[in-house]
Design a protein around this ligand. Sequence first.
Ligand SMILES: CC(C)(COP(=O)(O)OP(=O)(O)OC[C@H]1O[C@@H](n2cnc3c(N)ncnc32)[C@H](O)[C@@H]1OP(=O)(O)O)[C@@H](O)C(=O)NCCC(=O)NCCS
Length: 149
Amino acid sequence: MGEIKIKKITYLDTFPVRSAVLRQGKPIETCFFLGDDANDTTHFGLFDENNLIGVASVFKVKNENFDEKNQFQLRGMAVLNEYQGLGYGNLILDEVCKFVDAQKAEVLWFNARENAVKFYQNFGFSVLGNSFEIPEIGTHFAMFKYFVV
Ligand SMILES: CC(C)(COP(=O)(O)OP(=O)(O)OC[C@H]1O[C@@H](n2cnc3c(N)ncnc32)[C@H](O)[C@@H]1OP(=O)(O)O)[C@@H](O)C(=O)NCCC(=O)NCCS
């Protein structure tokens, strides 16, 4: 294992990891998320030397379940299969939380796959409400964390 670094990347850079982990066997166009190319969207990549092994993206999107004005949505959180369970997900989430904190975020929210709920709970996120289905992807739970401004 080489030097681990997290850097800002473009949405196109995220596609190989999104594709391998979150859109397996699906066309590459399915790796594009609405708003990926917006000015207020930020993409993070975790590198082992020059290899991109994990990604996450932060969108300036409001969830109507929260009254707070300054909300961010986490999307496309993924670590390559062979690197999972080694702490990289935690490193990426740390960086995302620092980033939204610096933007004076009041809430960070996202829709989590049910298999990842424990991972986020470990990190201090809470589940909001009941599970729901996202077509072709599976069962999800809305999750969130408040930030102190
Ligand atoms: C979910 C994911 C991003 C987590 O990244 P990771 O690098 O594997 O996680 P880490 O190694 O940093 O794990 C951090 C902690 O969460 C735990 N954890 C990780 N994945 C978990 C899971 N699926 N279920 C339960 N606990 C999990 C780890 O045991 C670790 O616990 P510890 O801090 O007590 O040791 C990654 O496994 C992944 O990409 N999974 C497939 C895609 C996915 O589901 N993405 C989320 C979409 S919402």
